[in-house]
Design a binder for this molecule. Structure first.
Ligand SMILES: Nc1ncnc2c1ncn2[C@@H]1O[C@H](COP(=O)(O)OP(=O)(O)OP(=O)(O)O)[C@@H](O)[C@H]1O
Ligand SMILES: [Mg+2]
Length: 145
């Protein structure tokens, strides 16, 4: 298992930890991503099917970095390595019928949301100065959260 060789003791502990969750808190550039990516490799080497590994990050850049480091160690894997948003999209795509959506549904961004709210205000002859589209967007978001 030469992929464990260039880890320090604490990194190794986190990588080979077995049952239950493990939390890694460490400073910038101290080797957190190395732990995560080596842990993915370790799980797969130990017999976990690669498609049962889920790795989520905040940014596309971090996800790409994780995927490329895993690829460098064991080649292509079918694990999901992506952002929270892309995972959400994947789940909705797989379950669009349960959600009463068409298979060709689209995701709207916050600018699209504003345009839709403005259109509704216009349809209803409501003054956007009195009913601020920004305020309505924030209220909807707040209520949904
Ligand atoms: N035990 C180690 N021995 C030698 N080099 C290491 C070790 N752990 C990590 N590195 C190297 O240190 C650099 C930073 O590691 P890594 O990217 O994993 O850190 P990070 O904590 O995720 O950083 P960031 O905070 O920027 O996300 C990389 O080049 C990595 O290969
Ligand atoms: Mg990192």
């Amino acid at each position: 298992m030469n992929y464990l060789d260039n880890l320090n003791e604490n990194q190794k502990k986190a990588v080979i930890h077995k049952e239950g969750p493990v939390l890694v808190m460490a400073g910038a550039g101290s080797g957190k991503t190395k732990v995560l990516t080596t842990r993915i490799v370790h799980l797969i080497e130990k017999g976990v099917p690669d498609y049962n590994v889920l790795a989520i990050t905040f940014t596309n850049k971090a996800a790409a970095e994780m995927r490329s480091r895993v690829n460098n160690m064991i080649g292509d894997v079918s694990s999901f390595i992506g952002t929270f948003h892309s995972l959400g999209l994947r789940i909705i795509r797989e379950n669009y019928e349960e959600l009463n959506l068409n298979s060709n549904f689209t995701i709207i961004d916050s600018d699209d949301v504003l345009s839709i709210i403005k259109r509704i205000l216009k349809d209803k002859n409501l003054d956007p100065k009195q009913y601020s589209p920004y305020y309505i967007r924030n209220r909807i978001s707040f209520i949904k959260n």
